[in-house]
Write a protein that binds this ligand. Structure first.
Ligand code: ZN
Ligand code: MN
Ligand code: MN
Length: 285
C-alpha cells in the first residue's frame, strides 16, 4: 500500500501555488493555511484562485488535503470579545475550506486561560455546535489536533478529545489528528514499541480509530512529558527513528495520511529529506 505522505506547504503567492510546490516536491498529501495564519480575517478567496487551486489539484498526485486554522483562534477564550472573534473566524475558516473543496479543518481545541479544563471543554463544544449549526450543508469536518498540554491548552489527553466529541451534536462532523511531537511531549511514549501499541489501542478504545484522519509527523525537541511544543526533524529529536518506525510500519495506520510540520526554508527542501527518512522506515505496509 502506498502511504499518503507530504508536508505543510506554503501558500505564498496564492493558495494554488501550494499545489504546484507540493507536486514539485512529490507529495501525495499536504496541509495548508487557507490564509495568513497570524491574522483573524483576510479578504475572500476569489473565484479565479479557487478554480486554479481545484484544477491543479485534480491534475496532481495529491490525494489528501487538510487545512490548518489560524493560530489566533481560541474556541474557549475567556474574554467575550475574543471568544466571539474566534467563533466568527472559525466559521470563516470552514467557509474557506468549503470553497476550496477541502474536507478537513485541523484546529487546536483551545486554551482555557485559567477557567479550568472542564469549563474549557464545554465552551469548545459549544463553539463547535454553533459553527456546525451555521454550516449544516458543508462537507467539512472539524479535526481536533492533540496538543502538548503547554500552558493551559486542552487536548493533551485522549479523554479530553472524547469529552469534546461527546458534547458536540453533529458527531459525524468530528475527526482527530495525532501530532507525534505533541502527544510525546504530553507524556505518551510512542518511542517504545510496546507502549506505542498500547497507546494506539487506548486511542481506539477512547476515541475510535475510525475518527483518526491524519498524523502530523514531527520529532520533538523536548523530552517525554515535558508539555513543551517544539518540533524537530525526523529522527533528530527525543522520539527518534524507533518511534517513527512504530507508526510507519503499522498496518492499522498505513491508510492514514501523514504530514510533516518540521522546520523548513522557503523551498521546503528539508521536507524531502524528512520524507526520505520516513519512507525508509516502511518495511511491511
Ligand atoms: Zn497545529
Ligand atoms: Mn501539528
Ligand atoms: Mn506544534
Amino acid at each position: 500500500m502506498n502511504q499518503l505522505l507530504g508536508a505543510h506547504t506554503s501558500i505564498s503567492g496564492g493558495v494554488s501555488k501550494s499545489v504546484e510546490l507540493a507536486e514539485k516536491l512529490g507529495f501525495t498529501a499536504m496541509q495548508i493555511f487557507t490564509k495568513n495564519n497570524n491574522r483573524w480575517f483576510q479578504k475572500k478567496l476569489d473565484d479565479k484562485e479557487i478554480n486554479a487551486f481545484k484544477s491543479k489539484l485534480d491534475k496532481s498526485n495529491i490525494k489528501f488535503v487538510v487545512a490548518h486554522d489560524s493560530y489566533l483562534i481560541n474556541l474557549c477564550a475567556t474574554k467575550k470579545i475574543i471568544l466571539e472573534k474566534s467563533r466568527k473566524a472559525f466559521l470563516d475558516e470552514l467557509e474557506r475550506c468549503k470553497l476550496l473543496g477541502i474536507t478537513l479543518l485541523n484546529f487546536h481545541p483551545g486554551a482555557h486561560l485559567g477557567s479550568g479544563e472542564e469549563e474549557g471543554i464545554k465552551r469548545i463544544a459549544e463553539s463547535l455546535n454553533i459553527a456546525h449549526e451555521k454550516t449544516k450543508d458543508y462537507n467539512v469536518s472539524s479535526m481536533l489536533e492533540t496538543t502538548a498540554g503547554q500552558g493551559t491548552t486542552i487536548g493533551y489527553r485522549f479523554e479530553q478529545l472524547r469529552e469534546i466529541i461527546d458534547r458536540v451534536e453533529m458527531k459525524e462532523r468530528m475527526t482527530v489528528c495525532i501530532d507525534t511531537a505533541h502527544v510525546f511531549a504530553a507524556g505518551y511514549d510512542i518511542k517504545d514499541p510496546k507502549s506505542f501499541n498500547e497507546i494506539i489501542k487506548e486511542f481506539d478504545d477512547i476515541i475510535g480509530l475510525e475518527k483518526l484522519k491524519c498524523f502530523h509527523m514531527n520529532d520533538s525537541k523536548k523530552p517525554l512529558g515535558s508539555r513543551v511544543d517544539r518540533h524537530e526533524h525526523i529522527g533528530k529529536g527525543f522520539i527518534g527513528l524507533e518511534g517513527f518506525k512504530n507508526i510507519m510500519d503499522d498496518e492499522r495506520l498505513a491508510r492514514i495520511p501523514k504530514i510533516l510540520e518540521t522546520p523548513k526554508g522557503k523551498e521546503q527542501l528539508e521536507d524531502l529529506e524528512n520524507l526520505k527518512v520516513l519512507k525508509s522506515l516502511i518495511k511491511n505496509y
